[in-house]
Design a protein around this ligand. Structure first.
Ligand code: NDP
Length: 427
């Protein structure tokens, strides 16, 4: 099959692909500008405009919202990076092999996320309890940290772009500098034996998100002397999601991010900025605006979040277990499976028989709950679900194209058997 037949991500005989995702080079350039602008804008809306949307009167006013980095922020940033690197490298944990790349390479991964996040969270909680760490003081550096993380993402993306270009074999790059800077030119860059992408996604992205999910309620307690119901609901639900991620950390190795996406600006920015800063916008808003959340609504949201979590976790586990043992029973019955010319089977029962990505439905349900907890006083805390829904819709389309490339006509047969993409019987 040639690149022109399928397009998305398919390499030609020179290892090159066509720049056909996210609107090509023009779309990539737009995203390189828009992603940081949005991140600074929503931060500013909460931190400087009381949670309201604001209209800049000039480009200069828009640029002025970008906080100047401080030495305190640099020290926090460096300390977090160093702590996570040490915990990752020397912390106890099993070492597993990743999936083979298309060039037959297999990276090694140290699976000790529960230990690393546990130690980091314990240090943070102890520091706050012993009044060695002031959450309010740390969060006063939130803006400068956002600037530093953005700068780090730009520099890191430039370095990995150059590293990828120097490799003997091209990893699905296109030759278009802007597009390749955004999408990346290297799949699994390593420092020594350690995969940089895995470390930054798991320990920096998810880990820093978890740290902020602890610090933001702590700052509310420090400032107001009490924890609001909205803050409790959002941080609790997010921490369940984050701890779950670390418990099932090895499943990251079979996710699209690790096995398919090159490490370019898109992922660097997602790990360093989008996850820690934008995913906690709800708590940032609650801290600033303190919306009321009635107890009945809080209970309803926790129940809905739990249902979303169940769909998310159970569907992901079903696929993972199926990959290990295709005969394992699914929902108490022998699984319905489909043989493919590629050699691997596709699961056609359980969640994977209801729709092709029910795992995305679970994720979206949780995202919606976290936003709803903030009430209806502002649209700003809804940013998470407003961006996450199109992201997952787009991701489903991209995965569909990748599966079509991997499985060819077998994927068409699977789609005939399971016609719904994300929501059973609806979409
Ligand atoms: P999936 O885990 O859904 O993996 C898709 C892959 O699974 C396909 O490429 C295919 O690969 C395999 N597959 C598809 N259908 C079947 C089937 N019927 N039977 C067996 N294998 C099948 O994709 P993601 O990595 O996108 O998502 C993983 C989780 O991460 C999701 O729950 C998602 O919601 C979450 N996520 C969260 C984000 C966030 O920002 N919070 C961002 C992105 C994802 P192959 O056949 O090669 O194994």
């Amino acid at each position: 099959m040639s690149a022109t037949e399928v397009g998305t991500g398919a390499a030609n005989e020179h290892g090159r692909t066509r720049p056909d995702q996210f609107g090509g080079p023009a779309g990539a350039l737009a995203l390189i500008i828009v992603m940081p602008t949005i991140s600074f804008y929503v931060w500013s809306a909460v931190a400087q405009h009381g949670g309201s949307l604001w209209l800049p009167s000039s480009v200069a006013e828009l640029a002025a919202m970008v906080p100047v980095p401080t030495w305190d922020a640099a020290a926090i940033f460096a300390a977090w990076l160093a702590l996570q690197a040490v915990l990752y490298v020397v912390g106890p944990g099993r070492v597993v092999q990743g999936w083979p790349t298309e060039h037959g390479e297999r990276a090694e991964y140290r699976i000790n996320g529960v230990f690393a996040f546990g130690v980091s969270a314990a240090l943070l909680v102890a520091g706050v309890a012993l009044e060695l760490v002031s959450p309010r003081a740390v969060l006063a550096q939130f803006g400068p940290l956002l600037t530093l993380a953005t700068l780090f993402a730009v520099v890191a993306a430039a370095l990995t772009y150059v590293a990828g270009r120097r490799r003997a074999h091209l990893e699905r790059s296109t030759g278009n500098a802007i597009y390749d800077f955004y999408m990346g030119t290297i799949l699994n860059p390593r420092i020594g034996r350690h995969d940089v992408k895995f470390f930054f996604e798991s320990r920096i992205g998810m880990g820093a998100w978890g740290a902020f999910a602890i610090l933001l309620p702590a700052a509310e307690l420090e400032t107001h002397g009490s924890l609001s119901t909205a803050m409790l609901v959002v941080s609790l639900c997010q921490l369940i999601y984050i701890v779950d991620f670390f418990v099932f950390e090895s499943t990251l190795l079979s996710m699209i991010d690790i096995i398919e996406e090159n490490l370019g600006f898109m992922l660097w920015f997602a790990f360093l900025v989008w996850m820690p800063f934008n995913f906690t916008l709800q708590q940032q808003y609650v801290l600033a605006a303190r919306p009321e959340l009635p107890t009945a609504a809080a209970i309803a949201l926790v129940v809905l979040n739990s249902a979303g979590y169940f769909v998310f976790r159970d569907s992901n586990l079903q696929k993972q277990r199926f990959r290990r043992d295709p005969t394992r029973r699914v929902w108490g019955k022998s699984p319905v499976t489909m043989d493919t010319a590629r050699g691997t089977k596709l699961l056609v029962s359980g969640w994977w028989g209801l729709a092709r990505h029910t795992n995305y439905l679970g994720d979206l349900t949780m995202a919606f709950c976290w936003c709803l907890a903030c009430g209806f006083g502002s649209i700003v805390p809804y940013f998470y679900v407003l961006y996450f829904a199109p992201l997952l819709l787009n991701r489903e389309r991209r995965d569909h194209a990748m599966c079509k490339r991997k499985y060819g006509a077998d994927w068409d047969r699977y789609c005939e058997k399971v016609p719904y993409r994300i929501v059973p019987f609806v979409y």
